[in-house]
Design a protein around this ligand. Structure first.
Ligand SMILES: NC(=O)c1ccc[n+]([C@@H]2O[C@H](COP(=O)([O-])OP(=O)(O)OC[C@H]3O[C@@H](n4cnc5c(N)ncnc54)[C@H](O)[C@@H]3O)[C@@H](O)[C@H]2O)c1
Length: 247
């Protein structure tokens, strides 16, 4: 058990909600930040030691108010994110801008506000939720891979700039996760089996796998990990050559 505090964005649903559940069980005081107030209140109603922070990560004033309400957290998880599917040049400019706004600029706005406060408080830890799309593009994934490459690189840059303020910054890159925005894809049994079969570990990932990574990075055991992208994908990003036909 620990007595730390953690602010998680996009905490009303999916992976963020599961991270919040694990952190609550581990003894953290948990700030649940999301723009979906109804889902957020429902999530909070089942979580000990949690606080509802209604805010849109793309709005600096709302983010500032959320930090004012919660106080300076020991840890921030920049998890809010969206995907708008479609080939890049067929995507509307509005969809492209919205994806960049929420995934990349939202991560920046929350990190910026949080890091200033953490500096004052003497330290902290920021974790950006990236994706294996930071390393490999996905057909029809629109602006998403570019934003995820961005949040990983932002974690590295913040790590080198904030080390002397005792602030660590890392990224987590989930692979095929059967939760949240990807859950509808895996409702199709055929797609599910095909995707799981392509993963060296032989299964899809879960939101619990990602929450475990957050707890590890934020633990004493992870205290020397900094500026790192922790890929949690059952080995799938390395499986290109394994997928080639062979005699
Ligand atoms: N599910 C996957 O397979 C997968 C894989 C790799 C990475 N990720 C990443 O994990 C993170 C969580 O994804 P998820 O699958 O749980 O998705 P999700 O759609 O279930 O949850 C995302 C949450 O973010 C919130 N949100 C969206 N825009 C917001 C904004 N402007 N301000 C505040 N909150 C906002 C939504 O209301 C929602 O509660 C995302 O960053 C996503 O890119 C997911």
């Amino acid at each position: 058990m620990n007595d730390k505090s953690i602010l998680i964005t996009g905490a009303a649903n999916g992976i963020g909600k599961t991270i919040a559940e694990h952190c609550s069980r581990a003894g953290y005081r948990v700030g649940l930040l999301d723009m979906n107030e109804k889902a957020l209140r429902e999530t909070a109603s089942n979580l000990a030691n949690s606080e509802v922070l209604v805010a849109d990560v793309t709005r600096p004033g709302e983010v500032e108010a959320a930090f004012d309400q919660f106080g300076t957290p020991d840890t921030i998880v920049n998890n809010a994110g969206i995907v708008r599917f479609g080939p890049l040049i067929e995507q509307s400019v509005e969809d492209f801008i919205q994806t960049v706004n929420i995934n990349l600029i939202g991560t920046y706005i929350v990190s910026r506000e949080g890091a200033h406060r953490m500096k004052q408080a003497g330290g902290g830890h920021i974790i950006n939720m990236s994706s294996i799309n930071s390393r490999t593009p996905g057909p029809g994934a629109g602006a998403y891979p570019a934003t995820k490459a961005g949040v990983t690189q932002m974690a590295r840059q913040l790590a080198i700039e904030l080390g002397d303020a005792n602030i660590r910054v890392n990224a987590i890159a989930p692979g095929f996760i059967d939760a949240g925005m990807s859950a509808p894809i895996y409702e199709d049994e055929k797609v599910r089996n095909k995707r799981a079969g392509a993963v060296p570990s032989g299964r899809l990932g879960t939101a619990d796998d990602i929450a475990a990574a957050v707890l590890y990075l934020d633990s004493d055991a992870g205290s020397y990990v900094n500026g790192h992208e922790l890929v949690i994908d059952g080995g799938v990003v390395h499986s290109l050559l394994a997928q080639l036909p062979r005699d």
